[in-house]
Design a protein around this ligand. Structure first.
Ligand SMILES: [Zn+2]
Length: 94
């Protein structure tokens, strides 16, 4: 019967490195899988409206003005933009 303490003290440096490499590989793999799962699954929260703080218009993704320099105000819901005093853009009609 070998106790845990004996097992530890019998570990050679090579065995210790193997265990460390194994733990590192497992950690990296689980991180990659988690990253894949979270990126591949379509996320509803990726969709948002952008408000232009200069013109006070808001745009939906795909609009010509979406991502413009002054489009820095983010709205999750159309109602939020309207409540904040923003008007729907005439081009993308969000
Ligand atoms: Zn627009």
């Amino acid at each position: 019967m070998v106790t845990c303490g004996l097992l530890k003290s019998n570990f050679s440096d090579m065995e210790r490195i193997h265990v460390q490499v194994y733990i590192a590989v497992v950690l990296i793999l689980s991180f990659l899988i988690a990253a894949l799962v979270f990126n591949v699954v379509p996320n509803e929260s990726d969709f948002y409206y952008q408000g232009d703080y200069v013109t006070h218009l808001f745009h939906k993704p795909g609009c010509l003005y979406y991502g413009c320099k002054s489009c820095t105000v983010i709205f999750r819901e159309r109602e939020d933009a309207i409540k904040a005093g923003y008007l729907p853009c005439k081009i993308c009609n969000p």
